[in-house]
Each structure stands twice: as structure tokens, then as C-alpha cells.
Design a protein around this ligand. Structure first.
Ligand SMILES: Cc1ncc(COP(=O)(O)O)c(C=O)c1O
Length: 307
């Protein structure tokens, strides 16, 4: 896919090739960065784009900066305006993925807390085959990072080395993705999404103390189950062998969207095709993010036709 014409750095639109940081910056040397991945959905009928749950993503970004003791607060309103300006500058009228990255710039050491830089990128991101068809997974032999060492609750770029190890191994072994277990051996999440299963008609997902990112999509999914599909989600520990017993399972995340899990360790999940509850959830999710369903308007920030 072609690179976008422009990116944004510290609130200024810059040509793609000019968005650079120094090799001696703490973000390069030590992974001193936090970020958010967000989606924008094009509504062809209304000719507008909606940024999904932008405010919640910005809140989590501030939480990550705070835990990592970044020196400067970044004004959310400024980020929102810069993001909308960038989408317009790139003339994007399709589904997109947005990355907001905040990093420790300069040439400091491991404990430097500033200066802080921030960048925005907006890339076309059509829905993938993983969403429409589903994925085959393995349980990774790599354990999920632990809250007392590298908190998964913080969306730090360095955390993703844990996910890289697991993903690369999974791919070499012939799987589309992996499910990672906590240090106690319970299900945590995938390298880039949260996990849900359905057992006896009841959706279940690991609790927020299971070394997961406190996912915004996870919250959206639980709300959809409760408000539209008459299902209350259990937030609880999930054992490995429950993955083999589930009728349905799926990954969810802003980037992943809703991806049916078709098999785990070569055990088919249910009948081995995306289940009816997963499909019903996908339908409602896409209607909401795209603004085809008009409820939950506060979840959608319009880009071209502000209210
Ligand atoms: C490790 C991890 N877990 C879960 C998620 C899902 O989080 P969200 O729904 O807020 O995008 C992501 C995606 O950002 C992730 O990287």
C-alpha cells in the first residue's frame, strides 16, 4: 500500500519522508514511547468519516504517559484538531487506521522524561480476511508480560517485543495468530487484541487483572452483547483447555476489529466456522462504528461534517 503524502509531528503537517527522530533518542535506544491505534470509518451515504471512541483512546494515551512518567501533558483538543487536519490533508475518504505515538525525544538516557514529541499517521485500512473469514491460532509458549515487570495495561511500544516473539513463532509454526497465557497459565490476550469465547451461550473474557490491555473494543463488545444481544459477559479467568471447549471465540481490538477464531492448537472451535453470536456481534459492531446505527453517537467523532 502506498505511503500517505503527509504525517503530523508535534501538531505540524510534514511530508512523509521528513517525519524523523534521532538514533540517540530514548525512544529509539530504550523503546520510550507510548501509542494508540484508532480507526476511522468512512460512511459513503453521509460522505463523512467517523473516528471511533477517540476520546477514550486519548484518555488511555494520557494514562500511559502518566505511568511512564513522561514530562509533558499533551493537550487532547490539539491532538484531535491535528488529526482531523491530517486526514483532510491526505484527502482520505475510506476506512483508515490512525497511530498516535508519543515518545521521549532528544539524546537523553534511560530515565529521561522529556523532551516529548508526538506524531500522527493515517493509513488506508480496509477490512481484512481475518475479519471476514477468521483465523487459526495456537497457544504461544511465550508468556504474556506481567504487571509487575512490563504492565500490559500501559500501551508502551516496548511491550510489543513480547508480542513480536509470540507472533513470529506462531507464524513460523504455520498459524495466523497466537493466544498468550499469563505467568499463571491463564488466558491473557493475543499480541494485538483481546480475547472472548462463548461457552454454553455465555460470552467470557479474561478480567482486567489478567495482564491485558484495557481494551476499548473489549468494552464496546461487552456493551453490544448486553444492550443488543441479551448476553452478559463473564469477566473471569479462562483455562487453556476451555479454548478447546468453547462453542465460539474471537479476537477484538481497534486494529483487529472482530476476528472469528476458527481453531486453537488445531482443535476446531465449535463447528470450525465463525459462530452465529460472533457474526451477530460483527454486524452490530460495524453498523455502530460506521454510523449506520445512529445510537451511541458520542462514540463517533465526525471528520468532514462536524456537528
Ligand atoms: C495487546 C493489545 N491488546 C488489546 C488491544 C485492543 O485494544 P483496543 O480495543 O483498545 O484497540 C490491542 C490493540 O490496540 C493490543 O495491542
Amino acid at each position: 500500500m502506498a505511503n500517505p503524502k503527509y504525517l503530523s509531528m508535534n501538531g505540524e503537517i510534514v511530508p512523509f519522508a521528513e517525519a524523523k527522530v534521532h538514533v540517540l533518542s530514548p525512544c529509539v535506544k530504550y523503546g520510550a514511547g507510548v501509542f494508540e491505534g484508532i480507526r476511522g470509518y468512512w460512511n459513503a451515504e453521509r460522505k463523512d468519516m467517523y473516528l471511533f471512541r477517540l476520546r477514550e483512546h486519548l484518555q488511555r494515551l494520557h494514562f500511559s504517559m502518566n505511568v511512564m512518567r513522561f514530562a509533558h501533558e499533551i493537550d487532547s483538543r490539539k491532538v484531535e484538531n491535528a488529526l482531523i487536519d491530517l486526514i483532510k490533508a491526505n484527502e482520505l475518504r475510506e476506512d483508515i487506521h490512525i497511530r498516535i505515538l508519543v515518545y521521549v525525544d532528544g539524546d537523553g538516557d534511560m530515565a529521561s522524561t522529556g523532551p516529548i514529541g508526538w506524531s500522527l499517521s493515517t493509513l488506508p485500512a480496509p477490512t481484512t480476511k481475518a475479519v471476514t473469514e477468521g483465523v487459526h491460532c495456537a497457544v504461544s509458549s511465550w508468556r504474556r508480560i506481567n504487571d509487575n515487570a512490563m504492565p500490559a495495561r500501559v500501551k508502551a511500544t516496548a511491550n510489543y517485543n513480547n508480542g513480536r516473539l509470540a507472533s513470529l513463532q506462531g507464524r513460523l509454526d504455520g498459524y495466523d495468530n497466537v493466544i498468550m497465557l499469563t505467568h499463571l497459565g491463564r488466558v491473557a490476550e493475543s499480541p494485538g487484541s483481546c480475547f472472548f469465547m462463548v461457552r454454553n451461550g455465555v460470552p467470557a473474557t479474561p478480567g482486567v487483572t489478567s495482564d491485558i490491555l484495557e481494551s476499548i473494543t473489549r468494552d464496546t463488545v461487552m456493551r453490544i452483547f448486553e444492550e443488543y444481544l441479551e448476553r452478559k459477559t463473564e469477566e473471569r479467568d479462562i483455562d487453556r483447555t476451555e479454548l478447546y471447549a468453547a462453542e465460539e471465540s474471537f479476537f477484538c481490538g481497534s486494529g483487529y476489529e472482530i476476528q472469528p477464531v476458527l481453531s486453537v492448537d488445531r482443535h476446531p472451535v465449535g463447528t470450525g466456522v465463525a459462530g452465529p453470536l460472533t457474526r451477530a456481534l460483527q454486524q452490530k459492531y460495524f453498523a455502530l462504528v460506521r454510523g449506520q446505527a445512529t445510537d451511541h453517537a458520542a462514540w463517533r467523532t465526525p471528520v468532514y461534517l462536524p456537528n
